[in-house]
Design a protein around this ligand. Sequence first.
Ligand SMILES: [Zn+2]
Length: 293
Amino acid sequence: MSGPFRRALLAPTTLAVFLASVVPAVAGIRVTFSPRTVRPGDVSLVIVQGVDDGATLEGSVAGRPLVFFTYARVAAALAAIDFETRPGRYVWKIAVLDKQGEPRTLAGRLVVDSRRFPVERLTLPPAMVDLDGETTRRADAEQGRLREVFSAVTRERLWRGRFTVPIAAAGAGTGFGARRVINGRPRSAHAGLDYAAERGTPVVASNAGRVALVADFFFPGRLVVIDHGLGLHTAYFHLDQVTVAERDLVERGHPIGVVGSTGRATGPHLHFSAAVGGARIDPAALLRLDARD
Ligand SMILES: [Zn+2]
């Protein structure tokens, strides 16, 4: 009997959650999610053991495709739960095609627990909130461009091991998922983590990747998006200066620019965000991801 089973037996209240997220040894294949339970904005490392080298895997979680890669000689993928996902039980499916011939399909349910996000009330200059037609069109087009960049799935995994905080800031970032009320009116939720820091503070790449976008957009200001491969991207907004160019390869910890307050910002800070296959995740969940290669 494996370690996780023993733990489940010692703590019976966790058994239902455990069974919902792990299917043990179906046809010699074992699927585990780490972490096993998730909340909106979380990302989980899906490990599939017991498949042949060179097997083809396909799958999905909550309707979003999984992109598999080789990790510590097993197959793995990132399951990302967009932060606006409703709590509930979501179907996951994985199909394995290997030397056995017939495709083998595994399925189960992943529990997405509820999560409360803060409400933030902000007062901003009306010119940054009530946009004229031309500025609205510009901001919409820029939003579309960002969505396009975030949804690209390049085939090579460039990230390895743990993700690091992109800034030497005091304390954790704040405001992920906040429902924002700006000048008394509800606006879209905040899809990143804000780190307060002085203008000029260095900002570094959270993991290895390729610079996918360098731009100066209305709301994000000067920005960098890094493509870490297989659909995973991180983004860095409101920079004062950018010191990388599109298509540059960067390592984890490589300087990409410095903190500023460009775009819509009430003061100097770094806005750090992350997405997998377009699913917007909490960067804090990415920083907790237990990847060791
Ligand atoms: Zn922000």
